[in-house]
Design a protein around this ligand. Sequence first.
Ligand code: 3HC
Length: 329
Amino acid sequence: MYAQMVKSTGHGVKSRAEMSAEEAHFQDRIDAGEKIEPKDWMPDGYRATLIRQIAQHAHSEVVGQLPEGNWVTRAPTLERKAILLAKVQDEAGHGLYLYCAAETLGVSRDELTDALLDGSMKYSSIFNYPTLTWADIGAVGWLVDGAAIMNQVPLQRTSFGPYSRAMIRICKEESFHQRQGFDIMMKMAQGTEAQRRMAQDALNRFWYPSLMMFGPSDKDSVHSAQSVAWKIKINTNDELRQKFVDQTVPQAAYLGLSIPDPELELNDDTGHYDFSEPDWSEFFAVLKGNGPCNTDRMDARQKAWDDGAWVRDGLMAHAEKRNARTAAE
Ligand code: 3HC
């Protein structure tokens, strides 16, 4: 079902004259800031775009646990281990809220997981980069969760009710994720010279992949125009990327670390930082599966799915038996 629906997306924004009466009424509701609920009429393209974006968001939350989970047994103190465990558990919950929101659109979690495992759906490119040192865990919290917050706060106002409500809950927890990451970076940046170098190395490696989290530049964004028209997205990719850079540069200065971009400069005319674009050929190569950790991440997701089959089968057998008993009563 999902595969057929995707065909109805990416055809550009219809003018009012091209809209049917139902589509025009739907757009009036969107323009009036109304929330669209699962049982409301919606264009197939709206439904398919939401399934694609919410499911990829959910897949990202679940896969995003892998790079951090790698450090739970290596955390430098019991306190840091407890904080990291709490964060990783939060991410699992974020994935569940988002899969539940996607299911209200008529797809099953199994279907979405199949789409991830067969490659027809993706997760955020950032999670295909390795976490090589403890400072990376700081950079992930500070930069990756920082970018996620920048993207997710506006999504609290997205037009689809279940997605908007999931975002409100998720954003409350994301701020803790970003703060704990920044706290690690502070400890490292103000620690020994070796720790400071480790923090700088982590910033060097995570800076551009974090900028890529906001998606390709607006001119290359396939879905943005329609997603903004339907208020699935509140801001464009470039708007959010710029906000992230403007917020993060002073934070790096506070840490005494330097952003790995010789072109970075505060533009007195715009009040924003001018910065170098990421290497978009690297971005699209990672999306095609050629990032440093794509294979590891997909193998881990496939193994988790396979290892969990007995639990799913047992629960289904129990549910069928119970339903048969209820039907016989
Ligand atoms: N990683 C992987 N794929 C990406 C991507 C990224 N960083 N950015 C864009 N893409 C893909 C899109 O999915 C689309 O491909 P598709 O048609 O096959 O789905 C293509 O690149 C073109 O990009 P568009 O800008 O046209 O696509 P969107 O309008 O969907 O914009 C987005 C991309 C900004 C990521 C948008 O989907 C979005 O806002 N998603 C919700 C937020 C989200 O998913 N965040 C992911 C991180 S979650 C996270 O970090 C968890 C935290 O707890 C750590």
